[in-house]
Design a protein around this ligand. Structure first.
Ligand code: GAP
Length: 548
């Protein structure tokens, strides 16, 4: 099998995604909307299959997990209580030269005595930046090809201009402790906070009208005062698109627990859209502003969270690996203490080796009792659990009321879809019809994930073969198997097309079918063909899907 070159794997997957109908750029005919994607005819099936598999393993196959489907817009107090309104923000900085906007907390941090070379895209840009820096800061950096030299870190707060490799700076400037990630520029704006939640307004309120009359009535206020006043008007009818699905499970904890008489430990699962006004959108669908999540909040007795964290970390890892070709590309990474979210006492990331290296696929967090306690405090609801069988550890009396701790496996559907596309992409060298080497692109998607399970192909469009094929397809439909009738182009081209779509089985109806009632079934991965009875085709496919 030809090796996948990882640097081009991403481009190949993006290109195949468009050609075969997995993922399209949103609003493409209008030039595309940055960071928004549409899932095409095969993509929507793949996405649903991933979600169905998750639901099956997390909800249908377990007695201790129930599901919900909550609204995307929730009461604004939810986001106050969860801390999202206060803390769901990133420190943002602009490079004064390139205008690159980035997150300060993720930027490279050169240390005292380090040089601060600015790496431009090309010589023309280097020349433009030299001029811009000279105009703005009155220093002339040395240009060597596309790199600009002369700046060095002096100490934590100061950087200097050292012309001609001299020891002493001729000019000094405040140093922020980091540089812009793309160019390495230390010429930066102040940090600004930026809320990642999408805000909208609810109700028949004319916010712009209210703002206009407020501004007219308060012409003597300065900019800061005006902004505070306008913010108050906007807040009155503000609502937010949820940035995670998790909060609904905390807010509906009591309703779910009581309506289904659940006993701790138990979980509430949800899949659905989340929205984040991400500063950096990157790597195709890896990080986008609108995405889908599959999250489960598992409520446990205080003190048992460590064992449940390990349990869910392992279950989730098994799930990802079971549906992949190459399990070695997944690994765990325990969060360092300073990386933990404010609500967590421990967390693992399940990471995948993407073409740019290992990066997050799912987080499995021990969220403590933070969320339930916060919602209880803000709403006044008694979000606790009473265990009649247990003794209260403090009083020693029978019956223990406590706020459950929570373990949360939180995965991205769309990020998972990218992982399975990357994992599935294979190129193989195979002989073509003339016996010459040719490249076969095959998407080795797990049969349970494959958008189309079986393609039914009449060898020719005559002699009654299409009729037999169509009848077979309708049998698959009745059995709930997504089959596709396909008569366009030569049989070789059809096989290749379905290899690229990831269709695990192709059934061909040929002349022999009319004679002895047999058809061929071709396996996508081995390309082996077997003759089976046409009447057994449904059973054969069903069996293979169940056993896959
Ligand atoms: N409730 C916890 C939570 O939302 P998170 O680590 O921020 O945790 C969980 O998100 C998962 O959601 C991530 O591991 C990732 O798979 C996915 N995810 C988060 N932000 C995303 C984005 N902007 N685009 C695509 N997927 C994203």
């Amino acid at each position: 099998m030809a090796e996948n070159n990882s640097s081009s794997l991403m481009e190949k997957v993006i290109s195949l995604s468009k050609q075969r109908g997995f993922v399209f750029q949103s609003s493409e005919i209008y030039g595309g909307l940055k960071s928004a994607y549409d899932y095409g005819p095969l993509g929507v099936e793949l996405k649903r299959n991933i979600m169905n598999e998750w639901w099956r393993s997390m909800v249908h196959e377990r007695e201790d997990v129930i599901g919900i489907d909550a609204s995307i817009i929730m009461h604004t107090k939810v986001w106050h209580a969860s801390g999202h309104l206060a803390g769901f923000s990133d420190p943002l900085v602009d490079c004064l030269i390139s205008k690159e906007r980035f997150r300060a907390d993720k930027a490279p941090r050169p240390q005292p005595k380090d040089e601060l070379p600015i790496e431009c895209a090309d010589k023309g840009q280097a020349k433009t930046y030299v001029e811009a820096i000279q105009k703005r800061f009155n220093i002339e950096l040395k240009r060597n090809g596309k790199t600009l030299y002369g700046m060095k870190v002096i100490d934590e707060n100061t950087m200097g201009f050292f012309p001609d490799d001299g020891d002493k700076p001729t000019e000094t400037f405040p140093y922020r402790g980091y540089v812009s990630p793309t160019f390495g520029s230390p010429f930066l704006s102040d940090e600004r906070q930026f809320n990642l939640m999408f805000r909208s307004q609810i109700g028949p309120i004319d916010v712009l009208g209210d703002i206009t009359s407020y501004v007219e009535k308060n012409k003597d206020l300065d900019g800061k005062e005006l902004r505070t006043g306008i913010e108050e008007i906007v807040k009155k009818s503000a609502v937010y698109l949820r940035p995670e699905t998790a909060q609904a499970m905390f807010v509906q904890f009591l309703n779910c627990q009581q309506s289904m008489s659940m006993k701790v430990p138990f979980g509430i699962a949800q899949m659905g859209k989340s929205f984040r006004n991400e500063v950096t959108v990157e790597h195709f669908i890896f990080r986008s502003c609108e995405f889908e999540q599959m999250e489960m909040e598992f409520f446990v007795e205080p003190g048992t969270q460590k064992e449940w964290l390990d349990y869910w970390r392992d279950r989730r890892m098994e799930w990802w690996q079971k549906l992949a070709n190459d399990p070695s590309k997944f690994r765990y990474r325990a969060h360092e203490k300073d990386e933990l979210a404010h609500y967590a006492d421990a967390c693992y990331d399940i990471e995948y080796e993407y073409p740019w290296g290992f990066d997050e696929l799912e987080g499995v967090a021990s969220r403590t009792d933070y969320d339930l306690k916060k919602h209880a405090e803000h709403s006044g609801a008694k979000l606790s659990y009473f265990d009649q069988q247990k003794q209260d550890p403090e009083t020693g009396k029978n019956g223990w009321r406590y706020t459950p701790y929570v373990i949360e496996p939180a995965a991205g559907v769309t990020r998972g879809l990218l992982v399975y596309l990357l994992d599935a992409y294979h190129e193989e060298t195979v002989p073509n019809a003339d016996g010459e080497d040719s490249t076969r692109v095959v998407m080795k998607l797990h049969p349970r994930l494959a958008p189309i399970k079986v393609a039914v192909l009449p060898l020719v469009k005559k002699e009654g073969l299409p009729e037999i094929a169509r009848e077979m397809v309708s049998g698959f439909f009745k059995a709930g198997i997504n089959a596709r009738y396909d008569e366009q182009h030569s049989i070789g081209k059809r096989y290749r097309r379905h290899d690229e779509a990831g269709t695990p089985y192709c059934i061909t109806i040929d002349g022999q079918t009319t004679e002895d009632g047999t058809v061929t079934i071709r396996d996508r991965d081995t390309m082996e063909q077997e003759r089976i009875s046409k009447d057994e085709a449904l059973q054969v496919v069903q069996k293979r899907l169940i056993e896959s």
